[in-house]
Design a protein around this ligand. Structure first.
Ligand code: GDP
Length: 443
């Protein structure tokens, strides 16, 4: 999963507290020390870590808790709340509207090598899958090969593109590209601008000119997450030159310092709207602070998973997941998870599955387990799959299913336990409504 190391350390600290025989002040201090160490290792600023830690301590003050309060839960909630506060810039971002004319124009800026061109294609593809008509304009005339790269990515994602091998004026290309796609009734026009190796006057001047000429609805700053807390200065510098309305942090796969980058960007009061999690087009996640923190702490993110399923499922199948959560629905859920992008990412959204199975390298085990569960469910009758009464699955039915699927009885029982746990959480989900309090809400 994204930030596997940080997530593993944070979830590990909370799990140790969960297993402690007594939750006293010492156990909480030990847990907080571990959390602080993990955040520092992820390159979060020392001052931020100190503040986060003292606020958790105050919120989870054991002596002030009412008798009977679940202390472990109080600490876990305080940790989650403080991490959310650390990552939430408190600023919403513009989101393009499907079918709107004149079209939304979104301009991408960033340093060379940050992943800007790749991210333009990922962003376009994200909206294409949501039913938009996006188009890409390559106004990067600085880097040789930029147009070819954009063209290649655009063709892969079947997105129309505009650019030129001969024109050297980025402003002219940007304006022509936007005009062309406005006439073609595209509702989302994405303009990729030039980068430079480092922040310099020529880069900022060119960005300003393209921005003035195309009057974008949103300027997205793309930055490389591996720079950690140095993200603060970089994001500030770009914000001072162009009206940056949102940030996308790339290379969050396998970079230990991504947590530092995310908190540093939040400190500049810019909303992070997506994160890049790999080199390929689907390696892209909408960023929502609460979901991200839940997954980071191994608490899962069923609302996020529901959103993903809603995106991936045809509308007529959606009713399946909006009714009672039967074993049959869980089977559908597992089935659609096979096609929903990087599996570790999806697994981390299921509470419980995450803690044991999404540590780096264990995604395969998680996937194999789900496949075995599906084999077991294939041996169940319609009645068993459609039923919500846990008592129906008595000993003789369990034995029959085990025989039919060729799996041990214990595994059938384990699958039924897993089902009960997920069903309990599922029953509390507002499946028909989108979640409130998102930084960036897609229509
Ligand atoms: P640009 O110069 O900013 O346009 O950057 P590019 O889009 O050409 O990307 C630079 C390199 O970073 C390429 O090798 C990309 O494949 C890679 N890249 C982009 N985004 C990601 C990401 O999220 N994760 C990883 N691992 N690599 C990425």
């Amino acid at each position: 999963m994204v930030l596997a190391q940080l997530g593993g350390s944070l979830a590990g600290a909370l799990a140790r507290l969960g297993r402690a025989t007594v939750v006293d002040d010492k156990a909480v201090v030990d847990c907080l020390n571990e959390i602080s160490r993990a955040l520092l290792q992820a390159d979060v600023r020392f001052e931020t870590v100190r503040d986060v830690s003292s606020r958790i301590k105050a919120a989870a003050n054991l002596s002030a808790l009412a008798p009977g309060t679940d202390k472990r839960r109080a600490v876990r909630n305080a940790v989650a709340a403080e991490l959310c506060r650390m990552l939430d810039p408190g600023e919403p971002s513009f989101a393009p509207r499907k079918g709107q004319h004149p079209s939304s124009v979104v301009m991408f800026v960033g340093l060379q090598g940050s992943g800007k061109t790749t991210t333009c294609a990922k962003y376009a593809d994200h909206y294409r899958r949501k039913g938009f008509r996006p188009a890409l304009v390559c106004a990067d005339t600085f880097r040789a090969g930029a147009f070819d790269q954009l063209k290649q990515n655009a063709s892969k994602a079947k997105i129309p593109f505009y650019g030129s091998y001969t024109e050297s004026d980025p402003v002219k290309i940007a304006v022509e590209g936007v005009d062309t796609f406005r006439k073609e009734k595209c509702d989302l026009i994405i303009v990729d601008t030039s980068g430079r190796h480092k922040q310099e006057a020529a880069l900022f001047e060119e960005m300003r000119q393209v921005s003035e000429a195309t009057r974008p609805d949103l300027v997205v700053f793309v930055m490389d997450g591996s720079i950690g807390q140095a993200a603060f200065d970089q994001a500030q510098a770009f914000k001072q030159s162009v009206p940056v309305g949102a940030v996308i942090v790339t290379k969050m796969d396998g970079h230990a310092r991504g947590g530092g980058a995310l908190s540093a960007v939040a400190a500049t009061k810019s909303p992070v709207i997506f994160i890049g999690t790999g080199e390929h087009i689907p390696d892209f996640e909408a960023f929502e602070v609460k979901s991200f923190v839940s997954r980071l702490l191994g608490m899962g993110d069923l609302p996020g998973l529901v959103d993903k399923i809603k995106d991936a499922m045809p509308a007529d199948e959606l009713k399946l997941i909006e009714g009672a959560f039967t074993l049959g629905v869980m089977r559908e859920l597992f089935q659609s998870m096979q096609n929903m992008g990087p599996f570790g990412q999806i697994l981390s959204m299921i509470p419980g599955f995450s803690a044991q199975l999404i540590e780096k390298g264990k995604e395969k085990e998680g996937q194999a387990k789900i496949k075995r569960y599906m084999t077991i469910m294939d041996s169940m009758t319609e009645k068993e799959l459609d039923n919500t009464n846990p008592k129906l699955m008595n000993e003789s039915r369990i034995k029959r299913v085990a025989r039919g699927s060729g799996r041990p009885v214990q595994e059938v029982v384990g699958m039924l336990e897993e089902y009960k746990r997920i069903a309990k959480i599922w029953s509390k989900l507002p499946l028909r409504d989108r979640r409130p309090n998102t930084n960036h809400r897609d229509p």
